[in-house]
Design a binder for this molecule. Structure first.
Ligand SMILES: [Cu+2]
Length: 63
């Protein structure tokens, strides 16, 4: 399980953007997002830094 905090993910649209960005890299990824805590959990075989780069590409700041 890969986990990030993404403070600049602030609404449902952001949630969709982050989810789509992760799934673009790994269509089989499971993405669970809790908006109030800005937490993103990803189940994927890809390395953490690849997932992080995708989220950055989508315009967000994963921590
Ligand atoms: Cu938003």
């Amino acid at each position: 399980m890969i986990q990030f905090e993404v403070p600049d993910m602030t609404c449902g649209h952001c949630v969709r953007s982050v989810t789509e960005a992760v799934k673009a890299a790994d269509p089989a990824a499971e993405v669970a997002i809790d908006l109030p805590s800005h937490r993103v959990q990803v189940n994927s075989t890809l390395p953490r830094e690849v997932i992080a780069a995708q989220i950055v590409e989508a315009g967000f700041t994963p921590d």
